[in-house]
Design a protein around this ligand. Structure first.
Ligand SMILES: Cc1cc2nc3c(=O)[nH]c(=O)nc-3n(C[C@H](O)[C@H](O)[C@H](O)COP(=O)(O)O)c2cc1C
Length: 193
């Protein structure tokens, strides 16, 4: 799978098969994040990859799946099979760019996972203190993002949103999740706005 294909096909996955994610797969995802761009090359991030199922179960309780979807009556996805937690070392986070670095690392992980057949949900709505306790993360580190992972058990599709539509809520029909995306001609500005 080439990079453009992975970028176009990747969708957030919140329902997962009952199948473990191999440790090697998680390692390759972290390798992609390790080599990602960092502002000023600070590399303030560490990654806690979790495949031990007792700890995965605790993490599933410390994250909030799918806000907008939930309102439409979709069951919570509490069955991630692995997690990668992105943390930052406060003493090394000397720039304003830590959150951006974490986002770029998370995207690298999501694409690396997708290219290996594994789905992800990037998660910002998480119980950070609880996660620190579950994983034994020491003082001086902050939890940036959680990435819930597993082999997909759903096939969400991207749809072209109506032009200038500010309503970008997902919709579900026959169990399939549809994700409206703003159109290329609306977001791409050639040479000037
Ligand atoms: C920074 C960030 C935080 C997110 N936090 C959550 C979250 O807490 N819970 C959740 O279910 N999805 C979360 N998402 C996933 C988004 O809802 C999802 O990316 C968006 O709906 C678009 O769908 P797509 O990834 O399939 O294109 C987050 C995504 C990003 C980039």
């Amino acid at each position: 799978m080439d990079v453009l294909e992975a970028a176009k096909e990747r969708r957030t996955i919140r329902r997962f098969q009952d199948k473990p994610v191999p440790w090697e797969t998680l390692g390759k995802c972290v390798e992609a994040a390790r080599l990602a761009p960092y502002a000023r090359n600070v590399q303030e991030l560490d990654f806690v990859a979790v495949d031990e199922q007792e700890r995965v179960a605790l993490l599933n309780k410390a994250v909030n799946f799918g806000g907008i979807v939930k309102k439409q009556g979709r069951a919570k996805g509490e069955d991630a099979k692995a997690f990668i937690i992105i943390i930052s070392e406060n003493a090394r986070s000397d720039s304003d760019y830590t959150q951006m670095d974490a986002g770029i690392a998370a995207c690298s992980i999501a694409l690396a996972a997708w290219s290996q057949g594994v789905g992800c949900c990037l998660m910002g709505s998480i119980e950070r203190e609880q996660i620190k306790q579950i994983l034994g993360i020491p003082e001086g580190f902050s939890v940036q993002l959680a990435i819930a992972m597993g082999f997909p058990n759903e096939k969400p599709v991207a749809e072209e949103a109506n032009e200038n539509d500010s309503e970008l809520d997902y919709w579900i029909d026959e169990g399939q999740l549809h994700i409206p995306k703003r159109r290329l001609k609306e977001v791409l500005h050639r040479n000037r706005f």
